[in-house]
Design a binder for this molecule. Structure first.
Ligand SMILES: [Fe+2]
Length: 140
C-alpha cells in the first residue's frame, strides 16, 4: 500500500474503527448469549453472525494499519455495553453501534487518496455496515 501525506491521521481513524469493531464484537456476542424467549431462535444466530462480521472487519482494519506502518490498538472502545435481556433494547443498542461504525468508515473513505486497495477494502466494510443498519431498522 502506498503512503499518504495524512498517514498518521488515517492510522488514528483506522484505530478508532478497530476499537469500535472490537466493542461491537463483544456487544453482539453478549446479546447472543442473553437474548431470551421465542426471539432467541432468530436473534441468537443473527447476533452471532454480526459478531463474526465485526471480528472479520477488525482483522481487515488491523492488517491495513499494519500495512500503513502503524501500530494497531489492542483495547476495545470503552463505551459501556448495556446489559439487558430485552431484545428490543438490544436491537436499539446495536443499531447505534452500527450507525457510529458507518459514520466512522465514511469519514475514513473521505481521507483515503491515492490508495485504491485501501479505499476498496474500507468501502466494502462501509457497505456492510449500511446493510446492517437497513436490516436492524427492519427488525425494530
Ligand atoms: Fe463492522
Amino acid at each position: 500500500m502506498s503512503t499518504t501525506s495524512n498517514n498518521a491521521e488515517l492510522i488514528d481513524k483506522l484505530n478508532r474503527a478497530l476499537a469500535l469493531e472490537m466493542r461491537a464484537e463483544v456487544e453482539y456476542a453478549h446479546y447472543a448469549a442473553y437474548v431470551k424467549g421465542i426471539n432467541r431462535l432468530h436473534l441468537k444466530p443473527f447476533f452471532e453472525s454480526e459478531a463474526t462480521e465485526s471480528f472479520n472487519h477488525a482483522s481487515i482494519v488491523r492488517n491495513a494499519i499494519n500495512q500503513l506502518g502503524g501500530e494497531a490498538v489492542t483495547e476495545r472502545d470503552h463505551t459501556a455495553i448495556l446489559h439487558t435481556t430485552d431484545y428490543q433494547v438490544m436491537l436499539q443498542e446495536v443499531l447505534e453501534t452500527e450507525r457510529l461504525a458507518a459514520k466512522t468508515y465514511h469519514g475514513i473513505l473521505e481521507m483515503v487518496t491515492g490508495n485504491e486497495e485501501l479505499y476498496d477494502l474500507i468501502e466494502q466494510i462501509y457497505f456492510a455496515e449500511v446493510r446492517s443498519i437497513e436490516e436492524l431498522t427492519q427488525l425494530i
